[in-house]
Write a protein that binds this ligand. Structure first.
Ligand code: CP
Ligand code: NVA
Length: 303
């Protein structure tokens, strides 16, 4: 497995399966009170240039569960927020820490940390992708549906960081992936080209066609962090890109609903569908903890 988790494209199907298997084991150990201090004495630095509830808390608790510790490093307090180059920050922090999780805007910043630092770097969300979230999503899908092969994933909404990672994760695990989004809000062109060449992938503005026979329906906010100024404009463009009863009626029987959260009810998902699938959505949120602990052990553990 690669030294870092910068994006899902860097992982093989075998790597992902190993992470999910370890995540299941760690979840079992946590639920049964079995100590699992695989990162005793190790410290993770967590750099946040954007807000977070799930990512921050799950990484911090994850390191604690694994016998290590985590430092919350807000970019407002770090010199990086005053312009100290990421290349220098990477080399300085490599002398103190055993790993870094970073949430930021530019994917290039995460890649630069990995290039200049000497410790594992984990992408906790960029504008381009959200690999930790999708590992938890895949874990949850497998937990509820048993396996991936030939199952259909549908994503409805903005072709954003979530869409990019879901496409890569779904295709790598052998799922059919259908995305429905407005014409000028499609996922990354290279991700879509790769998906078409490596699996069963479609991108359309026909929501019901994308949702037809889907085993899992995903959505995400219409305006992501950093796009607050476009919120009003996006609310008009994305009308109808919503998981609702009509969409659910064409999906496969017993289809799951997933949302990375935070959710905006009556925008990308109706309150009714959200509550009907709350068990799956909050299992997905919980699995952030278990999936990330597996990533931490794989990247920062001694073997
Ligand atoms: N889904 C997710 O990454 O949530 P946070 O923004 O709260 O970390
Ligand atoms: N697309 C959202 C995901 C939040 C977890 C954002 O980037 O804000």
């Amino acid at each position: 497995m690669a030294k870092h988790l910068l994006k899902l494209m860097d992982l093989s199907e075998k790597d992902i399966t190993e992470i999910l298997n370890l995540a299941d084991q760690l979840k079992y150990e946590k639920k049964h009170g079995i100590e699992h201090h695989y990162l005793k004495g190790k410290t993770l630095g967590m750099i946040f240039q954007k807000s977070s509830t799930r990512t921050r808390v799950s990484f911090e608790v994850g390191m604690y569960d694994l016998g290590g510790s985590a430092l919350f490093l807000s970019s407002r307090d770090l010199q990086i927020g005053r312009g100290e180059p990421v290349e220098d920050t990477a080399r300085v922090l490599s002398g103190y820490l055993d790993g870094i999780m970073i949430r930021t805007f530019e994917q290039a910043e995460v890649e630069a940390l990995a290039e200049y630092g000497s410790i594992p770097i984990i992408n906790g969300l960029t504008d381009y992708c959200h690999p930790c979230q999708v590992l938890a999503d895949l874990m949850t899908f497998r937990e509820f549906k048993g396996n991936f092969q030939g199952k259909k994933m549908c994503y409805i909404g903005d072709g954003n960081n979530m869409a990019n990672s879901l496409i890569v994760g779904g295709i790598k695990m052998g799922m059919k992936v259908a995305v429905a989004c407005p014409e000028n809000y499609q996922p990354d062109a290279e991700v879509m080209k790769w998906a078409r060449e490596n699996g069963d992938f479609t991108c359309t503005d026909d929501i019901l066609a994308a949702a037809k026979d889907a085993d899992v329906l995903y959505t995400d906010v219409w305006a992501s962090m950093g796009q607050e100024a476009e919120k009003a404009e996006r609310e008009k463009i994305f009308v109808g890109y919503q998981i609702n009863d009509e969409v659910m009626s064409v999906a496969a029987e017993g289809a799951m609903v997933q949302h990375c959260l935070p959710a905006h009810r009556e925008e990308e998902i109706t309150a009714k569908v959200f509550e009907e699938h709350a068990e799956e959505i909050f299992a997905e949120a919980e699995n952030r903890l278990h999936a990330q602990k597996a990533v931490l052990v794989k990247l920062m553990g001694n073997n």
